[in-house]
Every structure is written in C-alpha cells, then in structure tokens.
Design a protein around this ligand. Sequence first.
Ligand code: XMP
Length: 506
Amino acid sequence: MLEKIIILDFGSQTTQLIARRLRELNVYCEIVPYNKFPHNDQSVIGVILSGSPFSVNDTEAFKPSLSEVRGKYPLLGICYGAQYLAYVSGGKVEKGDSREYGRARLNKIDGKDPLLQGISENSQVWMSHGDTITALPQNFKIIASTEDVNAAAYQVEGEKTWGVQFHPEVYHTEPGTQILDNFLKICGAKKDWTPQSFIETTVEKLKSQLGEDKVILALSGGVDSSVCAVLLNRAIGKNLTCIFVDNGLLRKNEFERVLEDYKHLGLNVLGIDAKEYFYRELAGVKEPERKRKIIGKGFIEVFEQESKKIEGVRWLGQGTIYPDVIESLSITGMTIKSHHNVGGLPEKMNLKLVEPLRLLFKDEVRRVGRELGMPENLIRRHPFPGPGLGVRILGDITPEKVRILQDADDIFIQGLRDWKLYDDVWQAGVILLPVNSVGVMGDERTYENAVALRAVTSTDAMTADWARLPYEFLAKISNEIINKVRGVNRVVYDVSSKPPSTIEWE
Ligand code: XMP
C-alpha cells in the first residue's frame, strides 16, 4: 500500500507548497481540511499541521480536536500549526515583534534533535506570521531560536511531536528540504512515490474501475489532457476514443502536428474540423466574454455530436489536476466540488467522470508523461487558453485575422525555439490589436495592423512577470513579422506584469 502523509489545512497560502516539497522527496501526501482527518486510513504515516491566516486568539480561528492525531502519528506543526499545538496545551501565543516577518537566522540549534539533524547554526529561515509563542507548556522543549523568537522550534517530550514557527516549505528557508526530509525519516517513510509507481497503481485502478466500459476524452494539445489520454490508453486501449476539435483558433498547423503526435502515441483519435462552424458563430461578436461563451458552447456541441456516433459510452475522461481540486476544496464550506474543465459536459451527456491525474501537480504530470515515453515537445508545450487565438484577436474574429495572427505567432514561437528561449518562458504568444498604424514599405505608405508580442515568466500563472527577452531577438522577430506577414506593419512588446495586468489581453 502506498504510504502517505496527511497535511491538515488551516488555510495558509503555502499549504500547497508543503505538499509539493514532500512529493519532490518521493513521498505521497494529501491536503485535507483541518477537521477532516481520514479515519482508519492504514496508509497514513505522519501528519503536518499547516499555517493559517488567523491568529489562535481570533474567535473565528480553526480549532479542531487533535485527539485522533496527536501521540498517534509523528506530527509536525508549521507556523499556526505550531502555535495551535502550544496554545491547546496551555501555552501562550501573543502578537509578536513585526521585525520577525521575513528572513531570520536559526541559532541555538539542538544538534541531537532528530528534526534538526544536519542543520547548521545561522541557517536562514522564513517567518510570516504576526504571532509568536511567548510561553511554552511544561513538556515542550525549545530546540532552536532566532534573534527575536525564543521558541522558533520545539519538541514535545515523550511524543513524536514537533513545531516550527518558520516555514520549511518555502524556498527562502535554506534548510527547509532537510527539515522536511528529517521529518519523513522520523515517520519511517519508504519514499515509494515515483512516476513509475504512480503509473502502475493508476493503470491497475483504471482497469478495475472501468472494466470493459467505453470512455471518451477531449484532447486539447496540452500536456494534461495528453498525459491523461496516454494513461487511459494503457489501461483500456481501444475502449478509449479521443476527440480533438479544430475550432479554427489553434496555432498555425497545430491541428495537423498534434494529431500526428497523438497517432504516434497509439491513441485512437478523431480529429474534427469545425472551423467553419466556429467562424460562423463568432461572426461580428466583439465582446470578450461573449466570445468565450460561444467558443465554450460550440465545443460542447461539436463534442456531443461526435461522441453520439460512438456507441455505449459511459465515461468522460478529463485531465483535471491537483491544483484545480484544491481550488475547489473549501475549508470553510467543506464541500469538495469536482472541477470541470469541459464545463457542463458530464451532466449534459449523463456521463461519469474519470480523472486519473486529479492528485498530481503540474510538474508531476510532466514527469509521468516522460515516464510514459511521450515526446518532449508535447510535455514542455506552453499553456494555451481554451478559447485559443479567439482571446488574442481583440474585437471581432474573421478567418483573415486568424491567418495574420497565426503567421505572426508562428514566427515568434519558432524564433523562441531556435534561440533556445522557449523553455525559459512560461508562455508566449502574439496579440492582434484592433489598431492600424501608418508605415512605409519601399516607397509606399502603408496603413496596417499592429501586433503585440507577449512572453511571461511564471510558476503557476497566478502571478507573472514579462520576460526579459534579448533585444537582438526582439529586433529579429519584429523584422521578420513585418517583412513576412502580409497585413502587419508594426510590432510592440508587452512589458506589463500580472498583477495588475493579466497574461491574456482579453
Ligand atoms: P490570465 O489571462 O487570467 O491567464 O492571466 C492565466 C492563464 O490561464 C489561461 N487562460 C485561459 N485558459 N480558458 C482557458 O482554458 C480561458 O478562458 C483562459 N483565459 C486565460 C492563460 O493563457 C494563462 O495561462
């Protein structure tokens, strides 16, 4: 049985990071709401209490009973988690000195303590809470301090219980990985979470869950739906049918290229050319949200129509990943809704959902894809919005505008690849602006379209910064676009960050 660590979530922004760091150490873990500890789960080997936006002294703070956890499993409280453990045992937590936000240095380290094995004096740690523990309960022993915080780390005598005031999961905490790894040692972790073990157990599970049932899946060309398809294909082979729709808003030659990749992977894929239908539906529509709705609804219509041609389908496969699941897991409302990338389809078609990637982070999806032998170009593909070039043509959409944008985008993206810059940016693309400007070509005055280049760096698309691409590269691309793409005589580079801007312009 796959061992696991349970992370009880008290609402901190860094809870997801704890999970990612543990997974990087090859240990499977799950985030659950602070009061939803799984009863009778034999595979649990340890528990972590996360941080929280609250103070333990707030009336609305989360204060669950820890009787199922404490003394029963190795336990590590982080920030609020550490304060809460102290507080419920009779300790005192008070508003701290504001200087203890951010970087601090760990000293007076108890070198014999198993949690702090191998940690050097003066290592940098990251603090981010307004409160500190000012009085510890009797059997709580301080194992490290910082200049301003006496109880920076403690152990409860006679128990496998620890608390750290700082955040070992954030990258600014230099010995963070070592501390989490030490905790895993305390838990006796076998470290059996690898892409290979995930594939083996998932394929087995899918086989028994699906039996001889038929599954359909919508492919987008992106990494999540592609890895999902290859996994399902391993489990049920010909009973999986994939549908890949050309909505006329894909990148240049993307439809043919991706279809070819999929066929090489042995997938049973129906490529549906629905360009004309989408162009018809979108004709004259300028408002961004209306365009999004039309494209989404159009997709559902095409998908439904095509899937009706396949008999006896009972399941819809979907590439939902863990961040989507966590996002819909509300610790206050306590409901776990499933997150529908393909909005509304399962209900409309009366299908059950199968989501084999719902426990994986994006980087894990990529590792699984590699282990499944998928080509690097598919695995490293930049994210691309569902409505495609539809949200990058500002204003109404025509086939001619799509042609212009596809040509300009192709030059930009190919250029990034040729200059080995593609993997340095999170995503890139060109935006066709509803602006004409005057130019001169040869002896002729021109009055043509302006396009904007957009390239950003990011780790999760929640925040993003504009990519500092080399001037020589931008000069070359701008030249090439203006010379080769009929209808464009001006190129600008977008230097906005998110927030306050967004990645897409619409
Ligand atoms: P924004 O523009 O909100 O985008 O900064 C964040 C990420 O989401 C992508 N994006 C979309 N993806 N449907 C999608 O499937 C959409 O309507 C949509 N809008 C934005 C965007 O490309 C970026 O990766």
